[in-house]
Every structure is written in structure tokens, then in C-alpha cells.
Design a protein around this ligand. Structure first.
Ligand SMILES: Cc1cc2nc3c(=O)[nH]c(=O)nc-3n(C[C@H](O)[C@H](O)[C@H](O)COP(=O)(O)OP(=O)(O)OC[C@H]3O[C@@H](n4cnc5c(N)ncnc54)[C@H](O)[C@@H]3O)c2cc1C
Length: 387
């Protein structure tokens, strides 16, 4: 029997590491990922300012997996009924159970000119493009527009503004965050939005809320009900859609994360409805926590398939108990821990601890140590930088 996991992000790696321990030895476990590495994607924006940190958030899969077979290939299509994945160059891979954890792709909402002119922040290569383009803005002065004020947009704008300040370019470089909702991040409680708004203002990010981007030319973003916003660089963080291998769909899965008799789906690749009937936002922390439920359920259905008879196994259900939130804004951060909103040094401490805790949890202990050392070094450098 073969269990195949498609995608090794937070969701896929979390399922794989658990199944390595729980599946019987004679069940083959295979992890297919086009990049061959696990990207700690929620820290990707850090690479804009600190390119060296990317090394600690791009982990070769061989470092974090032990018994799973790693297949570095792009998934083009999945047929769960037949149990066949079509990989790059038409190769196929058969499987008895599939776990879809391919994440999402940037969503442009049909705005083709936005897709043409903007750089999304989704993969490590995007970080290099954004940093290189921003170097030109730093040199000549100008404006970078970040479209979308969710976690990705806020954190990207924060890094760009902090980099401008580090280079003494705050007077000549404008960082403008454009969001259609009336506050950022949309959908969060008022107190967190207020704290994030304050942090963005202190960082020097201009926020245009209640502003819907309708298109782009090569030097301006067009918006509904307002003048175009001229830009020298355009970064897109407007949201995600399902992966290309699912034709852009994020299929709805119930709290058991079961997509069909032979398949499970979770993380950004799926539209998860939790045990309370609530649609779960696509985030790293939801993907990490869903992985535990999915791994338990896969192990149970595999066990039942190997020794059929009796009732169908009872499956665990995912409940999206929100434990807190953490958003970085350049050198600052805002955290909600239970009912308490933190910002400044305490929030930064939480941010570093959460990042290091995640790396430790996936066995990347040296990278966790490096993550803390980087944070301390950057903090000390700020302490001696004249303001
Ligand atoms: C800059 C940035 C900041 C963010 N900040 C936060 C934050 O502060 N907090 C938070 O909770 N979330 C944050 N997020 C969102 C979070 O990163 C995602 O919700 C999370 O990565 C989803 O995890 P996942 O495992 O579903 O998918 P991913 O982490 O995207 O993993 C998908 C995997 O599938 C592989 N893959 C994709 N397509 C194919 C294919 N066709 N064939 C083979 N392999 C494929 C990829 O290589 C990747 O390894 C942020 C995202 C970004 C980009």
C-alpha cells in the first residue's frame, strides 16, 4: 500500500512527519514536492531585508523527513478515484491514499494587468525579485505599492519601510499599502487592527483602506472611486486561490479533512469547514494544526483498509480554536495572546519564540538556534543605530 502526500509545506510536512511514526513499516510513504524543500513561508518577507535568513527557512526535505521517500516533481493533476497523480513530463505515480497539501497560488481576481505588472510574494524567488526591484527604488526614490492588507501585505510593507529607513531613504521612498476593507488586517478584531494600524504608521507605511484596486498600467494602480496611484514598484498580496493541479479550486472539506474515500485535503489547498461549521482562514497556524488531525485520520483509514471489517473508523474533527495572532511590521510586531494585545519588544519576543518553536518542532534545531541568533543580532544592531 502507498500513501502519497502532495506538497511539503506546513500541512504536508506535518502530516508526513507524523505518518513516518504511525504507519506500519510495510506501508510506503511518499512525499512529492516540486521544490524539494520545506519553506517556512510565513517568514518569507524577512528575506527582503535579511537575505541571509532565507537559508534558515528553506530546509531540504531530506533534513526534516526520515523514512518517507522524497520525490522532487511538479504535480500537474490528481485523480483520486483512479489513485493516479500526473507529474511533470507526463510521468505518473499511483497511490492508495492521497493527501493534498499543495498550498495556494496567488489570486489576481481576473485582473490580468495586475498579474502582468505586480510581483506576488509567494516563493523564495519572489523575495529576490522584490528586493532587487526595491534596490532601484531606494537608489532613485519613488513609491512601492503593496496591494492587499492581509498578513502577507502588512508584513511585506513593514519590511520595505524598515529597509528604506535603514538606508536613510524614508524621505525619498514611499511605501503604500492598499486594501479594499476599511481596516487591516481585514476580518480581525478592532483592537488588533488598531495596534497594527499604529505600528504601520510608526513604520512610515501609508495605508489606503477602503480602496479597491481595479487594474494596473506599467506605472500606476487604478482604483475604484479615486485617482490612480502612481508606482515605481508593485507588489501583490491580494489573496490566494487553489493550486493549478486543482484548476485553481480549493475544494471544501469537512472537519475530518476527508476529500473522498481515498483522499484528504488541508491547508491553503482546501476550504476547510471546522467542527463548528466555521470556514477556516488559510494560515500557517491552521495548516500546522490541521496536520495533526489529518495524520490521525489517514492512519485510521489505512489501518481499516489493511484489516477490513467492522465499522468505518471514527475520524477526528478539526476545530479552529484560535489561540492568538502574530503580525510583524518591520522591527515592530503585534501579537494577540488570549485577550491581551502586545506590541514592541514583548511581541517581538513572542515572534522569535514562535518561529524558533516551529523550526524545533520539525527537527531543524540548528536553524531554530540560528533564527534566535539572527533576531538577537538584529535587535542589538538597532540598539546602536542612531535614530
Ligand atoms: C510573506 C507571507 C507571510 C505570511 N505570514 C503569515 C503569518 O504571519 N501567519 C500565518 O499564519 N500565515 C502566514 N502566511 C500564510 C501561510 O504561509 C500559509 O497559509 C501557509 O504556508 C499554508 O501552508 P500549506 O502547507 O497549506 O501550503 P504551503 O506552505 O504553501 O506549502 C505548499 C507546498 O506545496 C508545494 N507545491 C505547490 N504546488 C505544487 C505542485 N504543483 N507540485 C508539487 N509541489 C507543489 C510547494 O513547493 C510547497 O512546499 C504568510 C504567507 C506569506 C507568503
Amino acid at each position: 500500500m502507498r500513501v502519497a502526500i502532495f506538497g511539503a509545506g506546513y500541512a504536508g510536512l506535518g502530516v508526513a512527519r507524523r505518518l513516518e511514526r504511525s504507519l506500519p513499516d510495510d506501508v510506503e510513504l511518499i512525499v512529492v514536492d516540486e521544490s524539494g524543500e520545506h519553506v517556512v513561508r510565513h517568514l518569507l518577507h524577512r528575506g527582503i531585508r535579511y537575505p541571509d535568513e532565507l537559508a534558515h527557512i528553506r530546509l531540504p526535505l531530506g533534513l526534516v523527513l526520515e523514512r518517507a521517500t522524497i520525490r522532487e516533481a511538479r504535480v500537474e493533476a490528481l485523480d483520486h478515484t483512479a489513485g493516479v497523480a500526473t507529474l511533470t513530463d507526463g510521468e505518473t505515480l499511483s497511490y492508495d491514499f492521497g493527501v493534498v497539501t499543495l498550498g495556494g497560488d496567488p489570486e489576481f481576481f481576473g485582473l490580468e494587468d495586475v498579474a502582468e505588472y505586480a510581483t506576488p510574494l509567494h516563493r523564495p524567488a519572489d523575495v529576490d525579485t522584490i528586493r532587487d526591484d526595491f534596490e532601484a527604488v531606494l537608489a532613485d526614490g519613488g513609491r512601492v505599492v503593496v496591494g492587499g492588507g492581509g498578513l502577507t501585505g502588512i508584513q511585506t510593507a513593514g519590511e520595505l519601510a524598515a529597509l528604506a529607513r535603514e538606508r536613510d531613504a524614508s524621505e525619498t521612498v514611499a511605501v503604500t499599502l492598499v486594501e479594499q476593507a476599511d481596516a487591516v488586517p481585514p476580518g480581525f478584531d478592532d483592537r488588533l487592527q488598531d495596534a497594527v494600524g499604529d505600528a504601520l504608521e510608526s513604520a512610515g507605511v501609508e495605508c489606503h483602506t477602503s480602496t479597491t484596486i481595479t487594474g494596473a498600467t506599467d506605472d500606476a494602480v487604478t482604483v475604484a472611486d479615486g485617482d490612480p496611484i502612481r508606482y515605481d514598484q508593485f507588489v501583490w498580496a491580494g489573496g490566494i486561490r487553489g493550486p493549478a493541479a486543482q484548476d485553481g479550486d480549493r475544494p471544501t472539506v469537512p472537519a475530518t479533512l476527508r476529500l473522498g474515500p481515498n483522499a484528504f485535503a488541508l491547508g491553503d489547498a482546501a476550504d476547510v469547514v471546522d467542527a463548528d461549521g466555521t470556514r477556516v482562514p488559510p494560515t500557517a497556524h491552521a495548516a500546522i494544526r490541521q496536520a495533526g488531525v489529518a495524520a490521525t485520520n489517514v492512519a485510521r483509514v489505512v489501518e481499516h483498509r489493511l484489516a477490513p471489517g467492522g465499522f468505518e473508523p471514527r475520524l477526528e474533527r478539526y476545530n479552529d480554536d484560535e489561540m492568538g495572532w502574530l503580525v510583524s511590521v518591520g522591527d515592530d510586531a503585534v501579537a494577540r495572546v488570549g485577550p491581551t494585545i502586545l506590541s514592541g519588544a514583548p511581541a517581538n519576543a513572542v515572534k522569535t519564540t514562535v518561529g524558533a518553536g516551529y523550526l524545533t518542532s520539525i527537527g531543524a534545531v540548528e536553524d531554530a538556534v540560528a533564527h534566535v541568533q539572527d533576531a538577537v543580532a538584529h535587535e542589538s544592531a538597532r540598539d546602536v543605530t542612531p535614530q
